[in-house]
Structures are given as structure tokens and as C-alpha cells.
Write a protein that binds this ligand. Structure first.
Ligand code: ATP
Length: 366
């Protein structure tokens, strides 16, 4: 029987390594919830993905959509298999459908270095790396998803769409996030990343950013072109606080962000709307390592922590926020002495070893 303080979590394990990291993550979440107390988690597994499409012809059936709609939060592993495609050659990606269907307009991609992880940038400032990329997730170039046109085998067209509504709420979210971070000692700065010098769509994007910046004048606002941002993400990423950008630019820059903190298996994400939110690691299904036990579950665990943080904030439930903080602290503690090195980073720590190390750190702290 669901208690009032039980959150209903729709879990979409998906395909590939998504299937290997999701269940142990559920168990870890149940463990931390039971230890902290004050709230419960009720998991419901939702069938969706490329495997389901191959077996049934439907990647994301209506019954599954309904399960996600009535959940308090959605936890997703990874979806897609290279050999399973729609007839037009595109990949099976119900995770993209979810963003549109549930109006998840804000993509959160934290880029935070975990102590003890060997980072690609040698500069000592890299070990304190901590910024957030906010990616618009319902329009931009992805507005063309499923609508692209190929004319007479000669011209291909995909149209980028920027709307005032989506941009305003995106920027407002970014300013709110910068304010929250400022209270925790970050600079309180939002940088609009665009290509306003070339495209009218991005000049429009930037002008709306400036309007919203004027309404949030306790936060510093500035602009950067996307190409310069790519350069500076490698050269001086410690200068960033909150970056906000269009969907496609955000897609690309968030992979650079994942690279900065050690790889796809270290990078969590959240896609947030007014009523719903999906939490998932930034990586895909990694078909090359399926079944080897090499999948790094850290991004999944950190995404689950983002979920607890969001539930705590939206339901004003302090215990949930506390559970999120404990989980993040346990991940940091697990990696801190540098001996836990995932396969992805050249080490030998398996999925199970990493989960066990996080359990140990968590239990030590409770
Ligand atoms: P997609 O195309 O949907 O992004 P993908 O799995 O092909 O999916 P990535 O997720 O970007 O692409 O991963 C690229 C490679 O990085 C994988 O093939 C795998 O070798 C490695 N990788 C990704 N995620 C992890 C992980 N969690 N643990 C270990 N290795 C990973």
C-alpha cells in the first residue's frame, strides 16, 4: 500500500548497459531511503526501448507512456541499439519522445569533478571544476526530429526553432539555478551560449536572454559564442558557473563536459519540466561492453541523487534532500583515495565493485 510519503518512481531500464545499472541503482535508492527515513520509493518498471521495438514493433507503447505520466519522477537507464532502427534509419529514442511529451524544457548537465578521479586536464584548478550546463530540451534543432526533409535526393533540410515561451522559462530556470548555487558559494553567473553573430534565431534567443537577465539583476549575465565556449571548456572551464544554451549546442557541449570529468559514465543528467522530470546518465547503451560487468554506474547513481534532490525541492521534503546529499557524498568518498578506477578510465573496477564501494561509504556515514 502506497503511503502518502511514498514517491512513485517510473523506471525505464531501456537497453544495453541501461539494463545492468538500473536495478542495482533502485536497490541503492531503497537502501538510502530506508536509512534516512521520512519518505519511501515505490518503483514501477516501464517497458520501452529498442529491444521492445524489435520484439513488439512499439518502442514506447501508450501503456508505458501512461505509467510515466502518473509517476512522481522518472528514472531512465539508456536506450537504443545500433542494429535496431526505424525504417528511415533513425535510432529508437523514446527518451527524446519523453522530453517532448512531458514538456521537459530544461536539461541539467552538471559538470563537477569527483575527487580522486584522474581528469584529462592537468591544471590543478580542474579538480575543483563545478559548473552546470542548462540545455533547452524541447525545440532548437531537435524540433526537426522526425520532420526532416530530403528533396529529390539533392537537398536535406532540418529547421531550428526558437520560441519566446520556451526560451523565457529556460532562462528563468537558469537564473534560479545560479541563485541557488550563489547561496552555496558559487559566483552567481549565467552565460548565454549562442551563435547570435550569424543566425537570426540566435539573435532572438540572446535578446530574450537579455530581457530575463534584466529581471534577475542579482545574477551576473554574459554571452559567449558556442565555438568560443567549446574552446574555453577545454582551456578554462573553471571560469564557468551556469551556461544556458539551445538543444543541439547543449547536446554537443554536454559531451565535452562529460569528457572533462572523466567520461560518459561519470556524467549525470536531468530533464525537468513544470510537472515531470526524467533523470538519466548522459551515456548511451554502450553495446560494446554489455555483459562484461564493465559499465560504470556512477552517472546513474548521481542522476538518482539529482532525482532525490528534485523530489525534495518540489515536495519540500528535507529528508529527501538529505538522502540526495548523502548519496553524492558517498560517491565522492568512494572515489576519494584514487584506488577505485572504473574500466572506462583504464582501471579494473566493475559495476558491482563501484556499487559496493558506494554502499560502504554510505554506511560509514550513517
Ligand atoms: P549513444 O549513441 O546513444 O550515445 P553509445 O553507447 O554508442 O550510445 P556513448 O554512451 O557516448 O555512446 O558511449 C560511447 C562509449 O563510451 C561506449 O561505447 C562505451 O565504450 C563507453 N561508455 C559509455 N558509457 C559508459 C559507462 N557507463 N561505463 C563504461 N563505459 C561507457
Amino acid at each position: 500500500m502506497t503511503q502518502p510519503s511514498d514517491f512513485r518512481i517510473a523506471v525505464l531500464p531501456g537497453d544495453g548497459i541501461g539494463l545492468e545499472i538500473t536495478k542495482p541503482c533502485e536497490d541503492l535508492l531503497s537502501h538510502v531511503a530506508a536509512k534516512v527515513g521520512g519518505f519511501g520509493l515505490k518503483f514501477e518498471t516501464v517497458p520501452a526501448g529498442a529491444g521492445l521495438y524489435r520484439d513488439t514493433g512499439a518502442a514506447f507503447p501508450d501503456s508505458s507512456k501512461k505509467m510515466t505520466e502518473r509517476a512522481d519522477a522518472i528514472l531512465l537507464g539508456a536506450m537504443g541499439l545500433p542494429e535496431v532502427r526505424y525504417p528511415d534509419g533513425t535510432e529508437i529514442s523514446p527518451q527524446l519522445d519523453l522530453r517532448f511529451d512531458l514538456d521537459l524544457y530544461t536539461g541539467i548537465r552538471p559538470v563537477r569533478a569527483i575527487p580522486g578521479i584522474n581528469l584529462p586536464l592537468a591544471d590543478p584548478r580542474a579538480s575543483n571544476l563545478d559548473f552546470v550546463l542548462v540545455r533547452e530540451s524541447t525545440e532548437g534543432l531537435f524540433a526537426s526530429h522526425g520532420k526532416g526533409e530530403i528533396v529529390n535526393d539533392q537537398i536535406a533540410k532540418d529547421t531550428l526553432v526558437i520560441t519566446r515561451d520556451a526560451s523565457e522559462r529556460l532562462f528563468d530556470y537558469a537564473f534560479k539555478l545560479a541563485r541557488k548555487r550563489k547561496n552555496k558559494g558559487h559566483p552567481g553567473k549565467v552565460t548565454c551560449v549562442d551563435k547570435a553573430n550569424v543566425f537570426s534565431s540566435f539573435a532572438f534567443f540572446r535578446s530574450i536572454f537579455d530581457e530575463r537577465a534584466a529581471l534577475n539583476d542579482d545574477i551576473t549575465a554574459d554571452h559567449a559564442y558556442v565555438d568560443a565556449t567549446a574552446l574555453n571548456m577545454v582551456r578554462n572551464p573553471w571560469d564557468f558557473d551556469v551556461l544556458v544554451t539551445e538543444n543541439m549546442f547543449g547536446d554537443i557541449l554536454s559531451d565535452i563536459g562529460a569528457g572533462l570529468i572523466g567520461g560518459m559514465g561519470m556524467a549525470p543528467s536531468a530533464d525537468i519540466g513544470d510537472k515531470h522530470a526524467v533523470f538519466q546518465p548522459c551515456h548511451g547503451t554502450a553495446p560494446d561492453i554489455v555483459g562484461t560487468g564493465k559499465a560504470n554506474p556512477t552517472a546513474m547513481i548521481l542522476s538518482a541523487a539529482l532525482m532525490l534532490e528534485w523530489l525534495g525541492e518540489t515536495h519540500t521534503m528535507e529528508t529527501c534532500t538529505q538522502a540526495a546529499d548523502l548519496l553524492i557524498a558517498a560517491v565522492d568518498k568512494a572515489f576519494e583515495d584514487g584506488s577505485l578506477v572504473p574500466f572506462e578510465l583504464g582501471g579494473g573496477a566493475s559495476t558491482e565493485t563501484i556499487f559496493n564501494a558506494v554502499y560502504t561509504a554510505l554506511n560509514d556515514s550513517l
